[in-house]
Design a protein around this ligand. Sequence first.
Ligand SMILES: [Zn+2]
Ligand SMILES: [Zn+2]
Ligand SMILES: [Zn+2]
Ligand SMILES: [Zn+2]
Length: 326
Amino acid sequence: MKKRVLAAFFALGILAVLFTGCGTFDREPSGQEETVSTVPFLDLMPELDLSNVRDILEVTTTEPETTTLPETTTEEETTTEPETQPETTTSPEVELGFSLPVMYGDRSQDVAILQERLIELGYLPEGSADGSFGPMTRDAVMNFQKANGLESTGELDGETYRKLKSVHAVTAWGYTQAEVTSLTAFVEVPAEPGHVHSFVPSVVEPTCFKGGYTVYSCACGSSYGGDFAVSPGHEYAATVLKQGSCTRSGETNYTCIRCGDSYNEVTPATGHNYVSYTVSPTCTEYGYTSYSCTWCGDSFTSGFTSPYGHSYDPLTGRCVICGAYR
Ligand SMILES: [Zn+2]
Ligand SMILES: [Zn+2]
Ligand SMILES: [Zn+2]
Ligand SMILES: [Zn+2]
């Protein structure tokens, strides 16, 4: 703010210099000049409207405050009351209605209550609370633990139990339960008597980290949210940076088309995929096995076997193997 005030004075200073500068043409050069320049410029410009100067200063000094105004008009702001409570205040808890231990394989009312809580947080489908702690419930607990930065064991330990009770527990949709509560809350704006709400859905698209949901709003301003969905996660597009081969490692870049998250993956050399065929030796020629790679065509020959040599019939003088005569 100070800078702006100084800038304003500086600008006026220049005006003053110009003003006095014009005047100096009429004056005779003298030692007086220096002292003139030190006189406050306002005294030299009696015809300048000072109220105007004040206006300029007021405008420039108040400007930064006005720039802080936007931001506060977004739709979410109207529903953030629970959100804005700092984490440091006593964290509100949810009454779970069961106590530990509850373990894999259990069939009990306690398990059913646990399942209802997991349904509420989006980790189990509606109507799936059957009171039986099976693989599906264990997976749900594991996903809950993962989303909440806990070790993903599927076991209902003390830490997991405490987190399940917290309104800051992260739901399957990526929002904390407090956020979901505030986003789904019905925000009622007083309307004309006899007004009948007509809610129009508007989808809030998911991000890589949080699921989408729908805001239903009426022309009167009343609204509520719902229909939360799980985030689709990152959607990576692959770009080959270095083509791998049988003998050379390759490298591929993966970049998320939505958020730009990016990583490279090195794939080790595949090694050759040789197929072989064997040629038997003859009376006069070596046998061998030939290998060639179906991927890169690299080939070599090995496994040589010596020629048999002819086996001549002593009477006919003819080789009994190849028929050649001695
Ligand atoms: Zn309405
Ligand atoms: Zn992403
Ligand atoms: Zn090869
Ligand atoms: Zn022969």
